[in-house]
Design a protein around this ligand. Structure first.
Ligand SMILES: *Cc1c(COP(=O)(O)O)cnc(C)c1O
Length: 363
């Protein structure tokens, strides 16, 4: 039976990548060591590390005046590191609140500064993206933070807030944990991008930060060393031992992306997959329901509910068909199908076939 894994994270990885890692696990390219056993200061690992960064820069078109940092601590630590480093003497930051991950970022930032919530979709239970012209931006904000894809609510921005022509030259900060590498973006529009690796990059344990150089070096010197972007930037992410195996795996994913047409090709595939799944939900005469405003539906995480009382049966039967980890987040309920880059169209088609059968039997 073919297994398709719809986990929200840690999530499915490309099979080719796992196979390559398996083939190299005991002996990386004839050196007699596993990547896990290599000194991070050694020639072999330094090469892996540099290649991963170079491939990521190429894939995303990251300009030379941006640092790429391979850190740890997940998206959660960035909720603190962003205000730690980017306040630069200012007392307030702008945040957009579009769901569970925005809320967590906001709650953490409140420990460091005043948070100005410029737009909030709580009024409709986080089922839409507030229109840009309604945002109450502060020209004196240290930065504007938003979550381009809300992994739990399944709400995704199909546009990037354009701060370039706004007063104040406020840097844009994005938590791209669940949408990075899923569609082309213009990195130069952002001051800082961060992402936990375990959704669309590689295994857990690695956190990616892409930050414009002028935003590095402003942390309060009384703060813990490990929370200062400058320390990591100055040491090529090797101030302390980096998560070497996770970076190696991320590097294999970057090579896989390059081999398969890069991010533009991924976006085309992701649109096709999302269209198939949303079409099935919308054509089910209400048997399945996605609460998210159509224009703001996520290409990566598709939440949907079923007619009352059928969740347990649906999950059991999906499992038996090899369609795994479809249970929705506890805060939303129902189902959630995460269809990241590594999910093939065949997986979405298998899910839709099952959904149609299930609806017919139980409708
Ligand atoms: C998963 C996720 C996080 C949390 O990441 P951790 O690595 O568990 O800290 C934060 N933001 C978004 C958008 C996520 O999807």
């Amino acid at each position: 039976m073919t297994i398709f894994n719809f986990s929200a994270g840690p999530a499915v990885l490309p099979k080719e990548v796992l196979q390559q890692a398996q083939a190299e696990l005991l002996d990386w390219q004839g050196c007699g060591m596993s990547v896990m056993e290599m000194s991070h200061r050694g020639r072999e690992y330094m090469g892996i590390h540099a290649q991963a960064e170079a491939d990521l820069r190429e894939l995303m078109g990251i300009p030379a005046n941006y640092k790429v940092l391979f850190l740890q601590g997940g998206g959660h630590l960035q909720f603190s590191m962003v205000p730690f480093n980017l306040l630069r003497g200012k007392s307030s930051a702008d945040y957009v609140n579009t769901g569970e991950w925005s809320k967590k970022a906001i709650a953490e930032a409140k420990k460091f500064c005043n948070v100005n919530v410029v737009a909030d979709s709580a009024d409709k239970n986080f089922t839409y993206v507030p229109a840009f012209d309604t945002w109450k931006l502060d020209r004196d904000a240290a930065y504007l933070h938003y979550t381009p894809n809300e992994t739990i609510g399944g709400v995704e921005f199909d546009w990037v807030p354009s701060l370039a022509n706004m007063p104040g030259n406020v840097p844009l900060v994005a938590d791209m944990s669940s949408s990075i590498l899923s569609r082309p973006i213009d990195v130069s529009k952002f001051g800082l991008i961060y992402a936990g690796a375990q959704k669309n990059i590689g295994p857990a344990g690695l956190t990616l930060v892409i930050v414009r150089e002028d935003l590095v070096g402003h942390a309060n010197p009384g703060l813990p060393t490990m929370l200062d972007y400058k320390i990591h930037a100055d040491n090529d992410s090797m101030y302390n031992t980096p998560p070497t195996f996770s970076i190696y795996m991320a590097g294999l994913v970057f090579q896989w992306l390059k081999k398969h047409g890069g991010i533009a090709a991924m976006e085309r595939a992701n649109i096709a997959k999302a269209n198939v799944l949303y079409a099935a939900i919308d054509a089910s005469n209400g048997f399945y329901h996605c609460p998210v405003n159509k224009a703001d539906r996520s290409r990566m995480n598709v939440p949907f509910t079923l007619k009352d009382g059928l969740d347990g049966d649906f999950l059991k039967q999906a499992d038996a068909r090899g369609l795994l980890q479809l249970k929705g987040h506890r805060s939303v309920g129902g189902m959630r199908a995460s269809i990241y880059n590594a999910m093939p169209l065949a997986g979405v088609q298998a899910l839709v076939d099952f959904m149609n059968e299930f609806a017919k039997k139980n409708g």
